[in-house]
Design a protein around this ligand. Structure first.
Ligand code: GLV
Ligand code: MN
Ligand code: MN
Length: 459
């Protein structure tokens, strides 16, 4: 029988947490502002090396898999036990913030340090393991969720991934300590992970606007990313009469606005964005000949995503018809919307309650590694407020005390997950799709289950 855990007494070391976050933010610090620690770049490799050294200095054990994911464990743990996985990603978008992903990894390492140094030794039914997923953003090598796809066995075509210049992922992967020949070995068998908890900044305005401290994520949006090419005719900007032009940039502008309308006015999906344009030849006095662009649509409902996908294709067809430019569009990546696990949501809500923190159940408009892990394990996600709702930008920030509170919620939720397993003497199946009613598991606790703040969030 597992020894009782003094769960309410355990806390993260907030000073240490903030210090590690600040040191990590220096790796890939962009001279133009923010952090550019792109997935599978030298900077992400440096971030992994930093974390590896930090973990080893703390007496923890580290390991890098064939996809470049970094894992951290307690020494003397039970490698054969099902795992309580905690973490997020170390990479950023170009000129992103210092918290997106990094916060969830650093906080998970901090929780593991607390678990590893607790006396007496914390016997846990799930072995706690931290993961720093590689290349979640896909900002350099165009394959978002690279590491979590590998772990969840969804990287069959991984070696086709390239950067925008067409360079293969292979060399990047080798430099990251991965192994392109053994990518399959990075996949974990379903059942191996009892639960996955990801702590993340909200990246939007909901929690801050409502003055709520903790978000309990109930679902994560799905996303379809398109690559499109608009091909016109390079011509002289002074001599070519306006009616005779096939201006690829003007046509691309129609695509940009058409895609925007899909969400903004037609409301077919929650968001629709063109975020990347590459104009050629990009010369002041030349009519643009080619524009490459990316478009993405998101929603929590797969049917709405399908409708939005069709709408993107219609926009492109219409622009082709009206401008005389050729518009080709292909799907570059798809992720499906997922729900988080009800038991894990409850563990997070109870952890927040124990810590006296207000909370709100809400969907995530950003994609997360949890979404990939959800294919093989139950997942839970915790949000903390983002200052001014800004993310994917240098101004991304969260109050230090909120960062510490979020990490304490992660710690307490992790213990609560562990206790639920012990309480019912179930294996990982207790958190599986069967969705046992938690009130059946431990009736003694049901009186304290909060029920009133789950209002569905503000998006
Ligand atoms: C992940 O960063 C996303 O774009 O949602
Ligand atoms: Mn991001
Ligand atoms: Mn992220």
């Amino acid at each position: 029988m597992t020894a009782p855990i003094a769960r309410t007494a355990l806390r993260v070391d907030g000073v240490r947490l903030l210090d590690v976050l600040a040191r990590l933010a220096e790796i890939g610090a962009d001279p133009a502002g923010g952090v550019s620690r792109l997935g599978l770049s030298a900077e992400e490799n440096e971030g992994r090396a930093f974390l590896r050294e930090l973990a080893r200095d703390a007496g923890l054990v580290t390991e890098t898999d064939a996809a470049g994911n970094l894992f951290v464990r307690r020494p003397g743990g039970r490698p054969e036990a099902p795992v309580l996985l905690m973490g997020s990603h170390l990479d950023s978008v170009r000129q992103g913030g210092r918290l997106d992903g990094a916060y969830g990894v650093v906080a998970a390492v901090e929780v593991l340090r607390v678990f590893a140094s607790a006396t007496p030794w914390l016997e846990l039914p799930y072995e706690p393991v931290v993961v720093a997923f590689a290349n979640e953003e896909g900002a350099l090598v165009q394959y978002p969720f690279w590491g979590s796809r590998a772990l969840s066995g969804q990287l069959a075509d991984g070696l086709s991934a390239r950067d925008r210049a067409g360079r293969s992922v292979r060399a990047y992967l080798l430099a990251a300590g991965g192994d392109p020949e053994r990518l399959d070995a990075a996949a974990w068998a379903p059942g191996r992970i009892g639960a996955f908890l990801e702590l993340h900044i909200e990246q939007g305005p909901v929690l801050e606007r409502r003055g709520v401290q903790i978000g309990v994520v109930d679902g994560i949006v799905g996303r379809t990313i398109f690559d499109a090419e608009v091909a016109g005719q390079v011509q002289h900007a002074g001599t070519t009469p306006m009616p005779d032009r096939r201006d690829a940039l003007a046509a691309a502008a129609d695509v940009v606005l058409g895609v925007r309308r899909i969400a903004a006015t037609e409301r077919l999906c929650s968001t629709a964005t063109v975020g990347y344009l590459d104009v050629s030849p990009n010369v002041t006095n030349t009519v643009p000949g080619t524009v490459r662009l990316s478009a993405e649509v998101r929603d929590t409902d797969p049917e709405r995503i399908a409708r939005a996908e069709a709408a993107v294709r219609e926009v492109c067809a219409e622009v082709e018809k009206t401008t005389g430019c050729r518009v080709t569009v292909t799907v570059a990546a798809r992720s499906r919307p997922v729900s988080t696990d009800p038991l894990l949501r409850r563990a997070i809500a109870e952890a927040a309650e124990e810590l006296g923190l207000t909370r709100l159940t809400m969907p995530s408009g950003a994609g997360h590694d949890a979404q990939m892990v959800a294919e093989i394990a139950p997942v839970g996600m915790i949000f903390v407020p983002s200052r001014d709702g800004i993310s994917h930008a240098p101004a991304e920030d969260t109050a230090p005390e909120a960062l510490v509170c979020g990490a304490d919620v992660l710690l307490q939720a992790a213990l609560r997950v562990q206790e639920l397993v012990t309480a019912v003497e179930f294996g990982p199946a207790a958190f599986g799709p069967a969705e046992l009613d938690p009130t059946e598991l431990d009736p003694a606790r049901t009186g304290r289950h909060p029920t009133t703040t789950d209002d569905g969030g503000g998006r």
